[in-house]
Write a protein that binds this ligand. Structure first.
Ligand code: SF4
Length: 45
């Protein structure tokens, strides 16, 4: 499975990964595009 797909979806460059944890910064506009592609979110539903 491909990881970090959220970073490619964010046209605000608001996401970064550190030690396998995704962080979202102030540039986020809550558009939801990163959530749509996130496999972790799908598994936890
Ligand atoms: S909600 Fe939108 S702007 Fe915010 S981090 Fe996700 S893709 Fe980027």
């Amino acid at each position: 499975m491909k990881d970090k797909v959220c970073i490619g979806k964010c046209n605000r460059n608001a996401i970064w990964i550190e030690n396998k944890i995704a962080y979202i910064g102030d540039k986020c506009t809550h558009c939801g595009k990163c959530i749509e592609v996130c496999p972790v979110v799908k598994f936890s539903e």
